[in-house]
Design a protein around this ligand. Structure first.
Ligand code: ZDP
Length: 366
C-alpha cells in the first residue's frame, strides 16, 4: 500500500512519498523513469511536475531528498520542491514556526525554515559559477559569470549560466510575450552549451528589485515556477548589473523573494508551499519485486507466531525500523497475503484521515 501526498509551490506541483524510516522499496528509491512518467502524467497518473522522495540520510543530515522530473530524469535540486518537502515534514510531524531541517541533496546541504507567516525561507547554498560546475561550456566574464551569445532563428541572444546544483540558462529579453517561448525553450534546454541539458529562464527586468521570468524546465517543459531558477536569475541579474541583491522574482505562478548578500554567500529564497491532497496508489501501479516463495512461507509462519505473541504481550512487538529492508519487504508480502483488500483500504483511510485532521487542527489552532 503506497500512500503519497500532493503539494504545490506557486503551481509547481509534486508528488511526495515518505521514506525516512526505510519504508520505501528499492524499486521506489531508484524509480524506473517510465514509472515516474506514469505517476506524473496529468491524465493517466496522479499528475505533477515531479516526484520527491523523503529518505534516510547517507551522512549526518536529518534526511535526504531525491527529486525526479516528470520525464523521469533525476535533478540535483529543486527550490519549490524543497519548500513543499518542508511543509510535508511539518504536516507529518506536527512542527511549527522556527523549525529548520538539514536536507542532503546532490547539490549539497540545503536548509529550509518554517516562518511565522507559514512561508518557507530556504538557505539554498552558494551559487555555482565555475563553468564546469554549472555545467556549461560558456566562458566566465570579469565578474565570474559564464556568459555568451547565441543565434536562434537569426536572432542574436545574450545569455548567462548559473548553477544552483542544477543548471540554469538566463536570457534577458525586452518582451516576454513576444518571444517564441516553446521553440527557444526546447532548443536551449538541449543546447550543446549545456552538457547536462539546462533549465531556461527568459528574463524581463521591470525595476532593479522587480524581475519577471518565464520558465522552461529541463525534464518538465513549461512550468508555473522554478525556485532554483529564480535564485539563478537573481544571481545572473546582479552580476550583469541589472538588479539589486534583494528582489522579487515574479513567475507565472506567483512571486518569490530572493536575496544574495555578497559573492560566495548563500542565496536565500522565501515563498509558499501548500498541501493539496493525500492518497493511496492503486496497488497495480506499485513497482514491486516479489520475494522468493520460501521466504514468504517462512514469514507466514513467523507472522502467525508474532500475531499470537502480540495477543499475549503487545509490548514485545519488534519495531519496524529494527528489521532490514529485505525483512520489511517479506513482512509486507506476508501482511498482504493475510489481509483483505477492504481492511487495507480502511487502514489507509484511517491513517490519511488522521494526517489530514491533525494538519487541519494545527492550521485552525490560534
Ligand atoms: O533541474 C531540473 O531538472 C529541474 N527541472 C528540477 C526541478 C526544479 C524545480 N522546478 C525548482 O523549483 O527548482 C523544482
Amino acid at each position: 500500500m503506497l500512500t503519497f501526498s500532493k503539494y504545490q509551490g506557486l503551481g509547481n506541483d509534486f508528488i511526495l512519498m515518505e521514506g525516512r524510516a526505510g519504508q520505501l522499496s528499492p524499486e521506489i528509491h531508484t524509480p524506473e523513469p517510465g514509472w515516474v512518467q506514469r505517476l506524473c502524467d496529468r491524465r493517466f497518473g496522479i499528475g505533477a511536475d515531479g516526484l520527491i522522495l523523503a529518505l534516510p540520510p547517507e551522512g549526518d543530515a536529518e534526511l535526504r531528498m531525491r527529486i525526479f522530473n516528470a520525464d523521469g530524469s533525476e535533478a540535483e535540486m529543486c527550490g519549490n520542491g524543497i519548500r513543499c518537502l518542508a511543509r510535508f515534514l511539518a504536516d507529518s510531524d506536527g512542527d511549527g514556526a522556527g523549525r529548520r531541517w538539514g536536507i542532503e541533496t546532490p547539490a549539497g546541504l540545503i536548509v529550509p525554515e518554517l516562518q511565522e507567516n507559514g512561508q518557507i525561507r530556504v538557505d539554498m547554498g552558494a551559487p555555482f559559477l565555475e563553468p564546469a560546475s554549472v555545467p556549461t561550456t560558456l566562458n566566465a566574464d570579469a565578474t565570474g559569470l559564464p556568459v555568451g551569445e547565441l543565434n536562434l532563428d537569426g536572432e542574436i541572444l545574450s545569455l548567462a549560466a548559473v548553477g544552483m546544483g542544477n543548471p540554469h540558462a538566463i536570457v534577458p529579453v525586452d518582451d516576454l510575450n513576444a518571444i517564441p517561448f516553446e521553440r527557444w525553450g526546447a532548443e536551449l534546454e538541449c543546447h550543446q552549451l549545456f552538457p547536462a541539458k539546462t533549465n531556461v529562464h527568459f528574463l524581463k527586468v521591470h525595476e532593479r528589485s522587480q524581475l519577471e521570468i518565464r520558465v522552461w524546465e529541463r525534464g518538465a517543459g513549461p512550468t508555473l515556477a522554478c525556485g532554483t531558477g529564480a535564485c539563478a536569475t537573481l544571481v545572473a541579474a546582479v552580476l550583469l548589473g541589472l538588479s539589486d541583491r534583494q528582489a522579487t522574482v515574479q513567475l507565472p505562478g506567483g512571486p518569490l523573494e530572493i536575496s544574495w548578500e555578497k559573492p560566495g554567500a548563500s542565496v536565500f529564497m522565501t515563498g509558499p508551499a501548500v498541501a493539496v491532497f493525500d492518497g493511496v496508489l492503486n496497488p497495480e501501479l506499485v513497482p514491486f519485486q516479489a520475494p522468493s516463495t520460501d521466504r514468504v512461507a517462512g514469514l507466514f509462519a513467523e507472522q502467525a507466531s508474532a500475531a499470537e505473541a502480540a495477543s499475549s504481550d503487545s509490548a514485545k512487538q519488534p519495531s519496524a525500523e529494527a528489521c532490514s529492508e529485505e525483512e520489511a519487504q517479506a513482512r509486507v508480502q506476508a501482511f498482504l497475503a493475510s489481509t483483505s483488500l477492504d481492511s487495507m483500504i480502511n487502514l489507509a483511510t484511517e491513517s490519511l484521515e488522521e494526517r489530514t485532521l491533525s494538519r487541519f487542527q494545527r492550521d485552525v489552532q490560534p
